[in-house]
Write a protein that binds this ligand. Structure first.
Ligand code: NAD
Length: 446
């Protein structure tokens, strides 16, 4: 079975590389010519642990190829995955223009029976709309073949994408078509043998499962973040609260870590898109809306927290703040909708000078946050970033931050405030002693 992948972002590239490692011939197509050129040379445009090795072996074995030619990718494939972006529009609804481009190409170039698999996160009803559109185009072309469509939402986590793709928590297949289901089953045979749970359902349900999962996780994060703010005021400790809650297996500890707010390319847009679907169908989703509002408040509260400690006469003028970590979570270079952007903007707005270091996120920050260029000084490493600063703000819990010469760092600084927005050092007695340490969700002193 030959595979075509349309869109070589975090999802498409990882999925394509993993399928090629199972021996399937995979053609990855993208409209970004520079990206495709680098990929063909074995250079990944994104940071994802384990991906470089998969790319190298796929290229070496000849199971993985890259092209900007949609016609070639479509005609040479039996199964075509759509993995292009579905970002939020101004009004919160999902922008399906990239999906439309791909679907139009499939309608135009398909030359025999194909199964189109929607991996991109798409609002409920999109799969059925794609199937209807392709039926219409093939009829108009008098084509002697069909195209079947299946929804197969992706649940991989950035930073763990290769591992998640190889060992998924579940595989959801939304289709009413037997042939599409059979092709996906043989493609995912390795997961059937791993006993990964498969859920077969209709396309609408599959589409909703993806949005429901992300929105539920966003609710969980916002819930614990609000409790963290309250804990600071009442003398409670959010980490112990989370542990106490998480021991109940109906709740679980996952996604109960207080922090500066959720971000990334999925939760912010998917919560908004689900609300939009609700609105269009006359159902107000109050819980999801509250999660979004709480997340916005959380980012603002982080700025207030830092400002309350460091400001003089309500301003941060003359203060230098070292931000450690920009990506929305560790082990990824993705900075899309990262809370760091809003928090840095808030600090700059109050007059602070900001230095920043992120193990993987700085290249993208310089490229995408053009409004911050010139205002943020990007640094070589975390120690360099802390030099002459009044405070460190730990934004993302990269493992490498754990090992540092803390005495040297604190000596190189002008002040000694440490805002640990991830509670990474809450149990680190030395760091807590050396710095004026401000965790999230507790006021306990060292
Ligand atoms: P991305 O932005 O990293 O990549 C999208 C790619 O599609 C880009 O390389 C872009 O150039 C390409 N593209 C745009 N138009 C194209 C076209 N007409 N033909 C071919 N390629 C085209 O996106 P991503 O993060 O990989 O997400 C893709 C989809 O998967 C989204 O719907 C997202 O919500 C969903 N998803 C993402 C994640 C994640 O962790 N990133 C997880 C699960 C699901």
């Amino acid at each position: 079975m030959k595979i075509g992948i349309m869109g070589t972002g975090y999802v498409g590239l990882v999925h394509g590389a993993v399928l090629s490692s199972y021996g399937f011939p995979v053609t990855c197509m993208d409209v970004d010519a520079a990206k495709i050129e680098r990929l063909a040379d074995g250079i990944s445009p994104i940071y994802e642990p384990g991906l470089d090795e998969l790319l190298a072996s796929g290229l070496r074995d000849g199971t993985l190829s890259f092209t900007t030619n949609a016609k070639q990718a479509i005609q040479s494939s039996d199964v075509i995955f759509i993995a292009v972006g579905t970002p939020a529009k101004e009004d919160g609804s999902a922008n399906l223009s990239y999906v439309q481009e791909v679907v139009q190409s499939i309608g135009k170039y398909a030359n025999d029976y194909k199964v189109v698999v929607c991996k991109s996160t798409m609002p409920v009803g999109t799969n059925r709309g794609i199937a209807r559109y392709l039926d219409g185009v093939l009829k108009a072309r008098n084509a002697p073949f069909r195209i079947d469509v299946a929804s197969n939402p992706e649940f991989l986590r950035q930073g763990k994408a290769v591992g998640d793709s190889r060992h998924p928590s579940r595989i959801v297949i939304g289709t009413e078509n037997e042939e599409a289901k059979l092709r996906l089953q043989s493609l995912y045979d390795v997961h059937i043998r791993q006993d990964v749970p498969f859920l077969y359902t209709n396309p609408e349900t599959a589409e909703m499962i993806k949005y429901a999962s992300n929105s539920f996780l966003a609710v969980k994060i916002s819930f614990v973040n609000e409790l963290a703010l309250l804990s600071e005021k009442v003398g409670a400790n959010i980490q112990d609260i989370a542990a106490g809650m998480g021991l109940d297996d109906r709740i679980s500890l996952h996604f109960l870590q207080a922090g500066p707010g959720y971000g990334g390319s999925c939760f912010p847009k998917d919560t908004q898109a689900l609300i939009d679907v609700g609105r269009k169908n006359g159902e107000e989703l109050y819980v999801v809306r509250a999660a979004i509002a709480a997340n916005e408040k959380q980012k603002l509260k982080m700025v207030h927290k830092i400002n309350d400690v460091l400001s003089f006469n309500g301003t941060l003028k003359g203060k230098t703040i070292a931000v450690w970590g920009l990506s929305f979570k560790p082990e990824t270079d993705d900075i899309r909708s990262a809370p760091s952007y809003d928090i840095i903007s808030g600090l700059l707005g109050r007059g602070a000078a900001v230095k920043a270091y992120c193990p993987q996120g700085m290249k993208q920050a310089e490229r995408l946050w053009t409004d911050l260029n010139g205002s943020v000084a990007y640094c070589e490493n975390e120690a360099d970033c802390a030099q002459n600063a009044d405070a460190i703000v730990l934004m993302t819990e990269w493992e490498q931050f754990r090992e540092n010469s803390w005495d040297t760092i604190v000596k190189s600084m002008r002040g000694n405030a440490f805002f640990d927005l991830r509670n990474m050092f809450a149990g680190h007695a030395h760091v807590r002693r050396l710095f004026d340490y401000y965790p999230i969700g507790s006021n306990e002193l060292a």
